[in-house]
Ligand binder design. Structure first.
Ligand SMILES: [Zn+2]
Length: 423
């Protein structure tokens, strides 16, 4: 059993430590919200196989300790006295998987000592290789290669990349140790607000908030829901966390709040959309922020909010096809990213870049006790601009392929913003 003998101390008896070392893991905070966790394996009893620690599962692995079964003369721990060893008689592969409490891993590292070159590889949720790194050769003490034991292998993804879902360590069937396995993940929860949705009129009948467009009979209420669904699906596919203010055609507010305007087939309520907001139909806007109640405090710190709209007003020549509004925190950066993402799919027409504006009257963006996070409200093209007789934006909004591209671009922009913030 060459594999095993390499690691077992030939001159030491194997003694199982019964005591649990107090320091289970070292916790460090890297950046504003990114969470970096380092596992030194020192809280785990020796010879435990396939430990699960802090949402991370190791398979093909056994814990060994200095002064116990580990030959730490050749394979010294980097910290404490415990390491992970590729289980004797196994395939020589240690696989690390992250559970759903560890979301969106962007960085992994480990200190490796091996009899051969050891490769650390990171994979996305679909099993595609993202990046890999190798120690370059044997590096146990006495290997004579000049490579230090506990060589640090580190993989960091580019902002916006697909996230790490699994990590493998392999050595072509020899033996190695891992210490100080470290990972950084994006704890962001992306809050997706599909603007508008049906509200109850004076007769308790559900009505759209926005009239149908002239050519394609589109409703802003539906377009925003379509964009929200595309963004949600993209985030979900990439293993990220999200919440939605609505998933069906109804607005969150569930009380009679306005009169039916038969001419435009929409609900009419006197106060402008984003003013007041605490009575009548406007309550719907403040009510949307209640979604933050669902988050733990630490999740609120990592939240990124987007409210999705299409523009039914005029002013396309002045404001550009796409605008993004913001109110608090780093939201100007977020707004620029989102606008640029949309313009990457649908270039601006007349006026160059679309408007970026601080506007705290937009009630879904203004900080409240429960909502204190970066947020943006995007007006994605004009479904209507009577002053221009606009039909080109309306045509694009009617195009499912274009909507898909726009939604995916917005999702990518949100994640890039969070990744950069957490760097
Ligand atoms: Zn709107």
């Amino acid at each position: 059993m060459h594999r095993y003998k390499r690691l077992l101390a030939m001159t030491h008896p194997i003694t199982r430590s019964k005591c649990i070392v107090a320091l289970l893991l070292m916790l460090a905070v890297g950046g504003a919200t990114a969470k970096e966790t380092t596992l030194g394996f020192d809280g785990v009893t020796e010879l435990v196989s396939n430990p699960k620690i802090e949402g991370v599962t190791f398979s093909g692995a056994t814990v060994l300790a200095c002064g116990g079964a580990l030959n730490c003369g050749q394979f010294p721990p980097a910290s404490g006295s415990n390491i992970l060893y590729d289980t004797s008689g196994g395939s020589g592969v240690i696989t690390v998987t992250f559970d759903k409490t560890v979301k969106a891993v962007t960085k992994v590292s480990a200190k490796i000592t091996g009899n051969r070159a050891i490769t650390m590889a990171a994979f996305d949720v679909d099993g595609n290789l993202l990046k890999s790194m190798t120690t370059g050769g044997p590096n146990y003490i006495g290997a004579g290669t000049g490579i230090s034991p506990n060589t640090l292998l580190s993989i960091a993804l580019d902002p916006g990349s697909k996230k790490i879902s699994k990590v493998t360590f392999r050595d072509s069937g020899n033996t190695f140790t891992i210490d100080d396995f470290s990972f950084t993940y994006d704890p962001a929860t992306y809050i997706i607000d599909a603007g508008h949705g049906k509200l109850l009129d004076e007769n308790n009948v559900r009505r759209y908030q926005r009239p149908a467009t002239p050519t394609y009979n589109l409703r802003e209420d539906n377009l925003t829901l379509l964009f929200a669904g595309i963004i949600r699906d993209k985030l979900k596919k990439d293993g990220l966390s999200y919440l939605e203010t609505r998933t069906g055609e109804n607005a969150p507010w569930n009380e009679r709040c306005g009169k039916y305007d038969a001419k435009n087939d929409q609900i009419y309520y006197p106060q402008p959309d984003y003013k007041e907001g605490t009575n009548g139909c406007g309550s719907d806007l403040r009510n949307r922020m209640r979604i933050f109640d669902k988050l733990e405090t630490k999740e609120k710190n990592g939240a990124v909010f987007i409210s999705l709209h299409t523009n039914g007003g005029s002013g396309r020549l002045i404001k550009g096809r796409t605008q993004a509004y913001w109110c608090q925190k780093d939201s100007d950066k977020l707004s620029i990213k989102v606008r640029n993402a949309i313009q990457g799919v649908v270039p601006p027409l007349f006026t160059g870049n679309g408007l970026i504006e601080k506007n705290c009257d937009l009630i879904v963006l203004a900080a409240t006790e429960e909502f204190n996070a970066p947020g943006t409200l995007a007006e994605i093209l004009y479904h209507l601009d009577a002053s221009l007789g606009n039909t080109d934006d309306e045509k694009i909004l009617n195009d499912a392929g274009k909507r898909q591209q726009i939604g995916e671009a917005i999702a990518k922009a949100l994640v890039e913003f969070s990744d950069e913030k957490n760097k």
